[in-house]
Design a binder for this molecule. Structure first.
Ligand SMILES: [Zn+2]
Length: 325
């Protein structure tokens, strides 16, 4: 807009009635939030390591601005990209509402509640949820040390959202995990050290060989592995020569020598289960996203900011090294 027109526009604002003024204010608010989110995305720290997402070359030049995002052109392959290309947030619309949506994730709102709060369709809310959480799966501790408490949780296989079930329909829920048929069991393993770093993963068969694939590189050699006296754990510690603090919880053995206990991992699991009630069951194919969502909340003691959540959703690399002890 030319300078002269801007002056005229500002003058015309003075003549607006109340209704038109609030519409203008709302439009400016939306514009401000788009600008702010774009600024945040264009200038996050990981930009220092920016490279062409197609050929990885670090030789590029600025190539205009589109949809409020700085565009670049790779000097090697000639393709253009912006800060979101190749990330889970690429091609999502309505940037102005992303921070409000990140706040909804922090508050653990349902898909419909978040949709209403952000003024988007419920399908958009669903898509955003899983795109925003996609990278959280990659942000897991690489190493746990000291005393590590290990325990599993069992979920029932769920096809929530599928229009055609691969199994016979059943009444909702099981009163106890023991009642879930073996073929429907999904195991989640939690390892939590005393510095409150938590690793989790999902298994469809729970045995020493399966958990070994994760634990071998995750656990330092000198850890104290605290667990219940279950066959998978006993075999794992025996095969890998790890110090084992074993508890027989069914005989009310909850602590040994003040140091061997599972209080922290139990508390984590209870908090997770309490938090998940609001979703009324989650589809197994998305279970990983929910585990990561909760892990992210726990990592920040439920005080993560919407800005941090958004940046982590975009690019996890900077958090993947040395972020955890
Ligand atoms: Zn390139």
């Amino acid at each position: 807009m030319r300078a002269q027109n801007i002056v005229m526009f500002i003058e015309s604002v003075k003549t607006l009635d109340t209704k038109s003024y609030s519409r203008l204010k709302e439009a400016i608010g939306k514009r401000d939030s788009i600008k702010f989110v774009s600024f945040l995305l264009n200038n996050d720290d990981s930009n220092n390591k920016k490279h062409c997402p197609y050929c990885k070359s670090q030789s590029y030049q600025k190539w205009g601005i589109r949809s409020d995002l700085q565009r670049y052109k790779c000097k090697k392959c000639g393709k253009t990209f912006n800060t979101l290309t190749g990330t889970p947030l690429a091609n999502l619309q309505k940037k102005g509402r992303w921070l409000s949506y990140a706040q909804c994730l922090i508050e653990g709102l349902s898909i419909r509640e978040a949709a209403t709060k952000c003024g988007v369709h419920k399908n958009t809310s669903f898509r955003w949820r899983h795109r925003f959480l996609q990278n959280a799966n990659l942000i897991k501790p690489k190493k746990l040390s000291g005393v590590v408490e290990v325990n599993e949780l069992i979920f029932a296989w769920s096809e929530k959202g599928n229009k055609k079930l691969k199994r016979k329909p059943r009444k909702r829920g099981y009163k106890s995990p023991k009642l879930i048929p073996p073929s429907n069991k999904v195991f989640t393993l939690f390892c939590r050290d005393r510095s409150e770093n938590t690793f989790d993963d999902i298994y469809f068969k729970f045995n020493a060989n399966n958990i070994k694939s994760n634990l071998k590189s995750l656990l330092s050699e000198d850890i104290l592995f605290c667990s219940q006296n279950k066959a998978a754990y006993i075999k794992y510690v025996r095969d890998n020569k790890v110090r084992h603090g074993v508890l027989n919880i069914s005989k009310k053995e909850t602590v040994k020598k003040d140091i061997v206990h599972l209080r922290n991992v139990f508390k984590y699991q209870l908090n997770l289960q309490a938090w998940m009630i609001r979703f009324r069951g989650v589809a197994t194919k998305y279970l990983n996203n929910y585990l990561s969502w909760f892990r992210e909340m726990d990592e920040f003691s439920y005080k993560i900011s919407a800005e941090t959540l958004l940046i982590r959703a975009k690019r996890p690399e900077r958090y993947n090294t040395n972020h955890f002890r």
